[in-house]
Design a protein around this ligand. Structure first.
Ligand SMILES: *Cc1c(COP(=O)(O)O)cnc(C)c1O
Length: 399
């Protein structure tokens, strides 16, 4: 088989398993109301939880910085690309997260890929929750540390891995990895218990706040703010691309942690700095989230979450509500049906979730109206009134 033939065979295999993906462009702006192929759709799948991606103030900040600094940053931060908006953004992040300092990356994916290999190498141990985001898994693999995975939120198994690490890798660094809100399930980890275990074993914790920032905490700083345990989480990472409405990733932590990443985080060292206009937009997004408007948007978002979860008879822990269908083909059918009803909520399939755990992942935004949520509820219930949430999911959602 030549190169092209082999590609065709590979793609056909994916198609036969209902796992083939393709790009389907949207027209217009990235808002709750979008257009596809001339049709208007209501978007229930973005991570723009507060509607900041098209906020006039973010645009204005980006334009101002664009005017002042141009488009490209020219080089990596270490060479000559470190500009005032990068520094202001990092100062704001550190103040907000109440850490010594912060470092921004060109994406959340790049942040994960930079952090883990900088902190762990052969002989160290990284212990991950089974549902950790692909970026964390990839970062862990790249590190060459010993990897241990515990079933989702399973403290007993985490404990066993810690005992294993202490016994078999004495004196080495142990990094526990989990998320504030799991991206495809919308639930949270038992953070206090994980912190207690971490302290018992002298491990450190990397917490990915990607879906919690803007959504949880008094000033929207995430789960550590909501649970008042920021000082206990050594490595707080997240993305500037979701509720913050811009693009990029970040890490907040101690001065020494950030100095280590500046020196050894390869996705930071060997990558051109993100454009200054994007950093400026992210800075504005954080300022809005921290201020009065942010509080209002968060209240509106949580009213929407309460309404939708009440309609579906589940307990939601975040703005992500999965409708787990199982079969890939059925999930795609459900997505097409929703689209025919005017809703954009694509099917999420392997490898984003496990095989046979395909789902529609609904996400809510502060900018949805209650009426729009009632409309979606009706459509969902007409499609499959009984199998909406299995008993197992109901339990998972209320953990
Ligand atoms: C989206 C996401 C990332 C990656 O962030 P990007 O800025 O989109 O690259 C990392 N971790 C989690 C949990 C995410 O959901």
């Amino acid at each position: 088989m030549d190169f092209e033939e082999r590609l065709v065979a590979d793609l056909e295999k994916l198609a036969n398993q209902n796992l083939l993906r393709c790009l389907r462009p949207l027209q217009g702006r990235q808002q709750v109301r979008v257009q596809r192929g001339g049709r208007r759709l209501l978007n229930f799948s973005a991570n723009d939880y507060l509607g900041l991606a098209c906020h006039p103030k973010l645009q204005e900040s980006a334009l101002k910085a664009l005017d002042r600094y141009g488009v490209g940053a020219g080089a990596s931060r270490l060479v000559c690309g470190s500009l005032p908006p990068h520094e202001e953004l990092e100062k704001e992040l550190a103040t907000w997260k109440n850490t010594d300092t912060a470092l921004s990356f060109s994406s959340g994916y790049a942040a994960a890929l930079g952090i883990l290999p900088a902190l762990a190498s052969t002989g160290d141990v990284i212990i991950l929750d089974k549902l950790s985001h692909a970026s964390l898994v990839d970062g862990a693999r790249l590190s060459r540390a010993d990897l241990r995975v515990f079933p989702h939120n399973d403290l007993a198994r985490l404990h066993r891995h810690l005992i294993w690490a202490q016994k078999n890798r004495p004196g080495r660094r142990i990094v526990i990895v989990t998320e504030s809100i799991f991206s495809m399930d919308g639930d949270r980890p038992p953070l206090k218990e994980i912190i207690a275990l971490k302290n018992d074993f002298g491990a450190v914790l990397l917490l990915d706040e990607a879906h919690a920032v803007g959504v949880l905490g008094k000033t929207g700083a995430g789960l550590v703010e909501e649970m008042h345990c920021g000082k206990e989480v050594e490595i707080q990472m997240g993305t500037l691309s979701k509720a913050i409405g811009a693009s990029g990733g970040y890490v907040c932590g101690s001065r020494r942690l950030i100095d280590t990443l500046i020196n050894r985080g390869r996705s930071f060292v060997f990558s051109t700095a993100p454009p200054a206009c994007i950093a400026a937009a992210a800075l504005e997004g954080i300022r809005i989230i921290r201020g009065r408007e942010g509080t209002e948007l968060r209240n509106r978002l949580w009213n929407n979450i309460r309404l939708f979860s009440k309609n579906l008879n589940v307990v939601a822990q975040s703005a992500i509500l999965p409708w787990t269908i199982g079969e890939e083909a059925q999930a795609m059918e459900a997505a097409s049906w929703l689209e025919s009803q005017g809703y954009l909520a694509p099917a999420i399939r392997y490898p984003t979730v496990a095989k046979g755990r395909a789902r529609i992942r609904f996400t809510l935004s502060a900018t949805h109206s209650p009426l729009e949520i009632e409309g979606l509820t009706q459509s969902v219930q007409t499609f499959s009134p009984k199998s909406l949430f299995t008993e197992e999911e109901r339990i998972a959602c209320t953990l």
